[in-house]
Design a binder for this molecule. Structure first.
Ligand SMILES: Cc1cc2nc3c(=O)[nH]c(=O)nc-3n(C[C@H](O)[C@H](O)[C@H](O)COP(=O)(O)OP(=O)(O)OC[C@H]3O[C@@H](n4cnc5c(N)ncnc54)[C@H](O)[C@@H]3O)c2cc1C
Length: 419
């Protein structure tokens, strides 16, 4: 018996893969709903996502979509839609091809020429920050207006507090980028036609996790937190649940957030529990705005030269045909106090800044809050996290944050546990 703690997309997909491989298992979820960070709702007839707005249809995602027979529910995002960064009074197009790089007004000619020196610069130094590395490689202008906002936006983090070896190393080690980013860019590696398209689902991203839950419903206990984890004295593990039950397992997979995993590991692996407790999460506020706006694109991030509180806005209206919906992200490590404001105040800030940036009036429809692993310097604590045999971490703080990475990691672990 395998015990899986947590029914976010990692726990649910792991369960689907284990079921496929005929492995006996049970999933415990503390909340009355499955899906974790992936949550969708309908307000005034509009579909809103309160976590990820879309994902890339990598082979792992596409395979899961077809396994769940969800093809008819998929909403593809047009690959040609532009992405923008707001800088000095205007939204400016992010370049994805050499031609677009020459034409973009996001960077000055001096900034563009500075990029070309990148192949001559050295690779990352031990313990170099992402900000330092990107400025050294591409120049300050490209960092502040392009790489910083786009990369930091993925985690809600400040690249000045992220270490290359935690958050960028995997990307640096892939394909053409190993030699040089600019070289890879000129050879078309960042052309969006060469990468899997982005998708969502007709009823929002939660349709994905809801379909996983439906597939393995008999394996999942909702409203059932794991409250204790002890060795059974015979090489296995006993999971205690909130309702007083116990589950004896050969292996236990922890897919829950780092601080929650730390609570469970207090007696089984005290030193690692202490380390997991040190990992920081970024608090984010999402403000869904509704407006009748003539905007065509994926959305925008904001240049680090600007002083807006909004970090970025996803244009669900044009990217996913969601009537008039725009999702503004506030907070994160560059503005950690934002989330402590009232819903009214956050809604007002988001709407005023959206008007200032796009010239379009939109009203707040819904405000929600969530958190995401920061992948910042605090990840140094992960260097010495080791668990006793039979215990496994499988979560967005120990491997990739994005949904494609979550599925790939769950499948790899299912293969190992089945083997
Ligand atoms: C705002 C935001 C935007 C994002 N955007 C994107 C994007 O555009 N594209 C993309 O690919 N990815 C995106 N991500 C990342 C991705 O959505 C997450 O990394 C992923 O959904 C995390 O899933 P998980 O199952 O690993 O963890 P979680 O979803 O956190 O699930 C953990 C589960 O464990 C449960 N739990 C906690 N304690 C216990 C306990 N004691 N017992 C039992 N259960 C417990 C929780 O209730 C929860 O359901 C985004 C994330 C956020 C927050």
């Amino acid at each position: 018996m395998i015990g899986v703690v947590g029914a976010g997309i990692t726990g649910l997909s792991l369960s689907v893969y284990l079921e496929e491989r005929g492995v006996e298992h049970r999933v415990l979820e503390a909340s009355p709903r499955a899906g974790g960070a992936i949550r969708s709702s309908q307000v005034e007839g509009r579909v809103l996502d309160h976590g990820p707005q879309r994902t890339r249809a990598t082979p792992a995602v596409a395979e899961m979509v077809s396994l769940l027979d969800l093809q008819d529910e998929v909403l593809p995002v047009d690959r040609d839609l532009p992405l923008f960064v707001y800088r000095r009074g205007r939204l400016r197009r992010v370049p994805f091809t050499p031609r677009e790089l020459i034409r973009t007004d996001l960077l000055s000619w001096r900034g563009k020429l500075r990029l070309l020196r990148e192949p001559l610069s050295r690779g990352p130094r031990p313990d170099e920050t992402v900000a330092h590395f990107l400025v050294r490689k591409f120049g300050r202008e490209a960092y502040q207006n392009l790489m910083g906002p786009l990369f930091g936006g993925l985690y809600g983090s400040d690249p000045a507090d992220m270490l290359v070896r935690h958050s960028l190393a995997a990307l640096l080690d892939t394909g053409e980028a190993r030699r040089s980013f600019v070289w890879a860019f000129l050879r078309g590696a960042f052309n969006r036609r060469a990468t899997p398209p982005a998708i969502s689902f007709r009823d929002g991203m939660e349709a994905f996790t809801a379909a996983m839950l439906e597939r393995i419903r008999h394996r999942v206990s909702l409203s059932t937190p794991a409250t204790a984890l002890e060795s059974d004295g015979d090489g296995g593990w006993t999971l205690g649940t909130g309702d007083g039950d116990t589950l004896t397992c050969t292996d236990v997979v922890l897919t829950l957030e780092a601080d929650r995993a730390a609570e469970l590991l207090r007696s089984a692996a005290p030193e690692s529990a202490h380390r997991l407790d040190r990992l920081r999460y970024n608090d984010l506020a999402l403000v869904h705005l509704v407006g009748d706006c003539p905007l065509e694109g994926l959305g925008y991030q904001i240049s680090y030269e600007e002083t807006f509180r909004t970090r970025g806005v996803t244009w669900n209206a044009s990217a996913l045909a969601r009537r008039g919906v725009y999702t503004a992200f506030l907070g994160g490590s560059r503005d950690p106090d934002a989330v402590t404001r009232s819903d009214d105040s956050l809604g007002k800030i988001a709407a005023e800044e959206f008007l200032a940036i796009t010239g379009c009036s939109a009203k707040p429809l819904k405000v929600s809050r969530t958190r995401i692993p920061a992948w910042d310097r605090s990840w140094t604590a992960m260097d010495a996290v080791t668990l006793p045999p039979g215990l496994h971490l499988c979560s967005n703080y120990e491997s990739r944050v994005g949904i494609p990475g979550r599925l790939a990691r769950a499948r790899e672990l299912a293969d190992r546990l089945a083997g």
